[in-house]
Write a protein that binds this ligand. Structure first.
Ligand SMILES: [Zn+2]
Ligand SMILES: [Zn+2]
Length: 335
């Protein structure tokens, strides 16, 4: 039996240990990818800790995967061994529902994540249905491409959903793993870009990544000055915020879109939504088609994940650093 070697945690919150698992014959629709790089996402930590009560142990995390096609199943066309490809958060969907049929597989009620009830990318290889394999444009380095497959698409999708254009004023809450990519993409879309952060030390970097303006969201003066001016706010943070203050910075019909999940339910006065027909929304990753488009945009417009590389064998050190929020801005494991 062939086997795949990776790292698994055997109980909620435990260290990752070297782990081998046997694989049988490759499924007709499957592709085996030899992994060169795998990013570490916040969701991996939530799954390691079983915060969402869906993790099965032993659990192999990892869903920002870049590698090369090693083998393809009998029914797979258009993918050749040696081709460089990526795999993101999703690795399966029903294929039949309204969402799958309209090219929004990420919204399928039966969506299957790459590392939930499947073994993920903290390993030397992974098996994924061909539908969810995304070619990587030549111009992107594998290490920088990996975080785009979850973090990148997560912030790219709302820019597309809400039709961001050069006429738009867009703000990004949080300059971190997601936020540093959101600033770059928003700038590429032609918007006037504001970075909201509570760390004044990040101002210079935020501006270098595309922000025209920087606003410390704890300072009411700056928030007031923005009053009623923004079309779209993408919030990438998990910390609870003064959501009312953010809503007042939105123009009529403006949207506050969450891609990071705050721990507590949002406290929002209805009047702030009603008066100016504002919307609070959420967004999750993107379809395979959207992923391919996002990578193409990143390649052509030089959107680049700022990464910190760790050898796969130092996975625990890397995970610990991500937990501390000390990585600038995305950790990537390399084989
Ligand atoms: Zn992720
Ligand atoms: Zn479906």
């Amino acid at each position: 039996m062939p086997e795949i070697r990776g790292y698994a945690t055997h109980a909620a919150g435990a260290e990752l240990l070297a782990y081998r698992y046997e694989v049988g014959e490759l499924g007709a629709d499957e592709v085996q990818v030899r992994i060169s790089h795998c990013g570490i996402c916040r969701s991996d930590l939530h799954l390691i800790d079983n915060d969402w009560q869906v993790s099965k142990f032993p659990f192999v995390p990892g869903h920002e995967i870049v590698g090369t096609v090693e083998a393809v199943g009998k029914a797979v066309q258009k993918l050749q061994p040696g081709e460089r490809v990526g795999v993101g958060w999703q690795s399966g969907s029903c294929g039949n529902c309204t969402w799958c049929r309209s090219g929004k597989e990420n919204l399928c009620p039966d969506s299957q994540p790459t590392c939930v009830h499947r073994n993920g990318g903290f390993a030397d290889a992974v098996r994924v249905p061909a539908r969810f394999i995304i070619p990587i444009p030549e111009a992107l380095e594998s290490e920088n491409a990996a975080p785009l497959l979850c973090a990148g698409i997560t912030v790219y999708t709302p820019l597309r959903t809400y039709g961001v254009s050069p006429a738009s004023r867009v703000a990004i809450v949080g300059v971190g793993g997601l936020g540093h990519l959101a600033l770059q993409f928003a700038r590429v879309f032609g918007a006037e870009v504001t970075a909201f952060s509570t760390s004044p030390a990040k101002e210079e970097e935020a501006r270098a990544m595309g922000a025209h303006h920087f606003c410390n969201s704890r300072e009411s003066k700056g928030m007031k000055a923005l009053g009623g001016s923004l079309d779209l706010i993408i919030s990438t943070v998990n910390a609870d915020q003064d959501w009312s203050a953010f809503l007042t910075t939105l123009r009529p019909e403006g949207v506050l879109c969450l891609v990071g999940a705050p721990s507590r339910p949002l406290q929002i006065p209805g009047s702030l939504l009603i008066q100016a027909a504002r919307t609070v929304s959420g967004s999750n990753t993107g379809s395979p088609l959207a992923l391919a488009e996002m990578l193409d945009v990143a390649a052509r417009h030089k959107v680049k994940a700022q990464t910190e590389r760790f050898p796969m064998g130092r996975v625990n050190e890397a995970v610990a650093k991500v937990r501390k929020g000390a990585v600038r801005y995305r950790a990537v494991l390399a084989n």
